[in-house]
Design a protein around this ligand. Structure first.
Ligand code: GLN
Length: 546
């Protein structure tokens, strides 16, 4: 029988419920449990794929090709779970399912209502992620208690306890205990109000995670406990920490593991947190340092590149290096020239992206990296632009992607009309008539690497699988001309039709991949390409000092 831990948030948003869920997952895994984590999001979009990164941060892609909330990235980074379609439900998806059933006549003439039909559907959604493969299903409810939107989710999790045994369900509430400067003290009132609000809708939290910038003294914990009807050990100081990977350790120090164990009637060994201690130590006390410039479009809102930022830190962990990130708006590069932004950096990265804005600035950044022999990592769009740049400035083509110039003379990147889908085993037809210009290649696809290349050296094996999210592909018509001038194709789909990785031979490290490796990197298992890229950046710098 699976156990369930529900995580809600109160007082204000952005307290880090996703990290809290992920860190609890890490802690439980460290005690030998198998964990899955699910996010229930109260917005009406059926999935976050259509949300602007400005609004909602990164779209995280799962192996099974689902476009999900960025919190699923945290879950994967902190635990061994691999997210799938069942790990992210939105209000839109829940209603969509209910309305589909209603249209099919499944409700046999019932009046279809929020309670019980929507709440039952939510309960089924929660159960769909739990299976015999997992001991605990952690469920994060998006939004903040008090939002109109989250009410059906909260009602569903309230009812949940009545459908499974009491000791199988735990409610964790994340709140804020702010330090008020003028009063010189921590304040518990917002937490009390937030818990009152939860209790009004019938949920008595079992554990409070109180975000705070300093430890909450015992007498204050006691005060919160009495007011909120809790054991004192259920009030946890969720302290601000230097790196998010320290959160499981900080929860352990507060005794959260023991309390969860007790509440869920489990009998577990002490958590084995050695690797997390090492990860944190590497991040806090690195031997080397390097600076990476990211030339992108959404640079002011770093959550749009959350996994990327983390993967670069992971690359640093494996190289014992601090990784300083400089976010450069590629339109600024267009306006002011590359030198101003890139002359001092140890590595340049162009991440994934859509649309024409800032494209020429990114191409200038690629050129600078190629010519100045600065380690370059191009991800998805960054790979496509590396091909375009090489076509233009090395092969003398008028190359472009049909995404930016549908009539370009040399469409080195284009919409491939037909391609073999290795996951479904079917030929896919891509039509350009849909609103966004064709369907995306989404999720995990296999790539076969070519021996003797940077890619092969990084992975140390021939067959890999990586996650995709794009429409445009390398145009095979240009393979010969590009490779004859020195572009190396180092990774292909198994049928050799899709170019997955390109690189340069006479360059310390210049690699572009059509997929998104950042989605699979974890602090305790950094992604090979990020390890290699940061390795190249650090090596360059070290040579400079010698
Ligand atoms: N816009 C490009 C495409 O659709 C790249 C997408 C991406 O970088 N994720 O192919």
């Amino acid at each position: 029988m699976s156990k369930y831990i529900f995580i809600t948030g109160g007082v204000v948003s952005a307290l880090g419920k996703g990290i809290a869920a992920a860190a609890i997952g890490a802690l439980l895994e460290a005690q030998g449990l198998r964990v899955t984590i699910q996010k229930l999001d109260p917005y009406i979009n059926v999935d976050p794929g259509t949300l602007s990164p400005f609004e909602h941060g990164e779209v995280f892609v799962t192996d099974d090709g689902c476009e999900t909330d960025l919190d699923l990235g945290h879950y994967e980074r902190f635990t061994h779970m691999r997210a799938a379609v069942v790990n992210n439900y939105t209000t839109g998806k829940i209603y969509f399912n209910v309305i589909t059933k209603e249209r099919r006549g499944d409700y046999l003439g019932d009046t279809v209502q929020v309670v019980p039909h929507i709440t039952d559907e939510i309960r089924e959604a929660i159960k769909s992620a739990a299976s015999d493969d997992y001991d605990v299903n952690i469920v994060e409810i998006g939004g903040t208690v008090g939002d109109i939107e989250s009410l059906p989710f909260l009602e569903a999790i309230r009812q949940f306890r009545y459908h499974v045994e009491r000791e199988n369900v735990l409610y964790v509430h994340l709140t804020l205990v702010p330090f008020i400067k003028t009063a010189g003290e921590l304040k518990t009132k917002p937490t009390q109000h937030s818990v009152n609000e939860l209790r009004e809708i019938g949920i008595q939290p079992d554990i409070l995670l109180c975000r705070t910038d300093r430890p909450i003294p015992p007498e204050m914990k006691r005060k919160i406990a009495i007011h909120c009807n809790l054991d004192q050990e259920a009030v946890i100081s969720a302290l601000d920490v230097e790196t998010v990977y320290e959160v499981p350790l900080s929860y352990k120090t507060e005794g959260l593991d023991k309390f969860i164990e007790k509440k869920l009637s489990l009998n577990l060994p002490e958590p084995e947190l050695k690797t997390w201690v090492q990860v944190v130590d590497r991040i806090k006390n690195p031997k080397y340092e390097c600076t990476i410039a990211i030339a992108g479009k959404y640079v002011n809102l770093k959550d749009s590149y959350k996994s990327l930022e983390e993967a670069l830190i992971h690359g640093g962990i494996s190289n014992n290096s601090r990784v300083n990130l400089i976010w450069v708006d590629s339109e600024e590069i267009e306006a002011q020239g590359v030198e101003k932004y890139l002359s001092e950096v140890d590595g340049i990265l162009v991440p994934g992206g859509f649309g024409i804005r800032g494209i020429e600035g990114k191409i200038a950044a690629v050129r600078y990296a190629r010519e100045k022999k600065i380690p370059y990592f191009g991800i998805c769009l960054g790979m496509q632009l590396a091909v375009i740049e090489f076509g233009r400035n090395v092969c003398g083509l008028s190359s472009n992607s049909t995404e930016f110039d549908p009539k370009t003379k040399d469409p080195v990147i284009y919409l491939m009309e037909r391609w073999y889908n290795h996951r479904s085993g079917k030929i896919e037809e891509r039509t350009a008539d849909s609103q966004m210009g064709g369907t995306m290649r989404l999720g995990a696809y296999p790539t076969v690497l070519v021996e003797g290349t940077h890619a092969y050296e990084a992975y140390g094996s021939k067959n890999i699988s990586e996650r995709h999210r794009h429409r445009y592909e390398f145009n095979n018509k240009y393979r010969d001309v590009l490779t004859s001038k020195g572009l190396v194709i180092s990774g292909l789909s198994p049928d050799t039709e899709l170019v997955e990785i390109v690189e340069l031979r006479d360059h310390p490290w210049f690699l572009g991949c059509q997929f998104h490796p950042e989605f699979k990197s974890r602090p305790i298992d950094p992604h090979p390409l990020f390890r290699a890229f940061i390795g190249a950046a650090v090596r360059e710098k070290r040579e400079l000092f010698l």
